[in-house]
Design a protein around this ligand. Structure first.
Ligand SMILES: *Cc1c(COP(=O)(O)O)cnc(C)c1O
Length: 373
């Protein structure tokens, strides 16, 4: 149905969720975090990132990650500007020695493999693929010095277990939409990296990476043997991060909002609490979709369904794009599926910051729109 023919449909106010921002990234930033930022802004915004107030924020975020993820004492939390996309570039300069293996099962995991493929000083990456809506398994390969895993493929809503292949080689995990909403085991990874505008309920612009001693050694070793631009030099990022600094000026509000998130989770009992909270929300939506005749979970194997992002197939008789447009007019935002999947889907970012009660509201709104369209 073309845009100008979208039926006018007003969803009754009593059905609406408490917050209409359902995007998978940027995701909903809690009202209270924004309020706190507004109240405290002058302590941080417009302050030097080389002085105590902003360095204190960086330190709080690093400490928050140590506690949330229960990092071993010899791990470091590195950060810099440019988000996860820039971190892929950095890995291609100072993380991967010669060859990487990538589990490709959606847009983001494939994009990292493309970065490596286009990097002149690296061999072609090994790609292991699987059908959209599933995930592949890593396999040990003696040629490979870096295994690229993705804990949650944001484009499809597939979660994959993090399992270190039985071989040498660093394990680097793109946890951009998983971090802060899914548990992980530090023995299975060397680099756990993410941006802050998804599970951490903050804003864009910063990458953060929890790194094992083996990863830190790798950065130094690779940098010694190969030129790198400073912005992609992870050994340099390490040297700045241990001083609670970034190479260049960071996005200060992003740091502030991320600290709000990690404090909120820690105050409520930690990562397990947060992971359970979003799983409750997504389970509700998956159960609804299984029971409702005009919908279905897109990911067919229940254990592979993301606990933070629910992708739902809608019966062909109703265009999901029409639902998106009606939702938007009713201030339920950004539930469009990942654009390249080309199927009749809706996708909901349901990270821990979301009140689980909104799951019921969301499903009621969906039924209302589908039945009154
Ligand atoms: C969003 C996302 C990225 C890209 O993050 P940016 O901050 O936009 O660079 C990378 N990987 C995954 C899994 C993502 O969900």
């Amino acid at each position: 149905m073309p845009e100008n023919q979208t039926p006018e449909l007003e969803i009754p106010a009593n059905l609406l969720p408490s917050d209409g921002r359902f995007g998978s990234g940027p995701s909903m930033v809690p009202h209270i975090s924004m309020q706190n930022l507004a109240n405290e802004a002058e302590k941080y915004m417009g302050n030097s990132h080389r002085k105590d107030s902003v360095r204190g924020l960086v330190g709080n975020l690093q400490e928050g990650c140590r506690n949330l993820f229960n990092l071993p004492a010899d791990w470091e939390v590195l950060l810099g500007n440019g988000g996860a996309t820039l971190f892929w570039d950095a890995l291609s300069f100072t993380g991967i020695k010669k060859q990487s293996q990538h589990l490709c099962f959606g847009e983001f995991s494939s994009r990292f493999a493309n970065v490596v493929e286009n990097t002149p000083h690296l061999n072609n990456p090994e790609r292991i693929t699987s059908d959209m809506g599933t995930h592949p398994e890593p396999t040990a390969n003696p040629e490979v010095d870096f295994y690229a895993l993705t804990q949650n493929e944001t484009s499809t809503g597939v979660a994959a277990p993090l399992i270190r292949p039985a071989t040498d080689g660093l394990v680097g995990v793109d946890a951009t939409s998983a971090a802060g909403g899914m548990l992980w085991d530090t023995t299975q990874a060397d680099i756990y990296f993410f941006s802050l505008q998804k599970g951490f309920a903050s804003d864009g612009g910063i990458w953060l990476a929890c790194c094992s001693p083996a990863a830190l050694e790798r950065f130094e070793e690779v940098r010694k043997g190969r030129w790198s631009p400073d912005t992609l030099d992870l050994h340099l990022a390490h040297r700045n991060s241990i001083k609670q600094q970034t190479l260049n000026t960071p996005a200060i509000a992003t740091l502030y909002l991320a600290v709000q998130y990690s404090n909120w989770v820690l105050d409520n009992g930690g990562l397990e609490w947060a992971a359970n909270r979003s799983k409750t929300t997504t389970d509700y939506v998956y159960d609804w979709a299984e029971k409702y005749e005009l919908a279905n979970p897109f990911v067919s194997i229940p254990s592979e369904r993301s606990p933070v992002i629910a992708t739902i197939s809608i019966d062909e008789s109703i265009a999901s794009a029409t639902i998106c447009r009606i939702f938007r007019k009713n201030n339920i935002l950004d539930v469009d599926p990942y654009r390249k999947l080309n199927q009749n889907l809706l996708r909901f970012g349901l990270f821990p910051a979301r009140d689980p009660k909104d799951a019921k509201a969301l499903c009621e709104c969906l039924e209302f729109v589908i039945e009154n369209i």
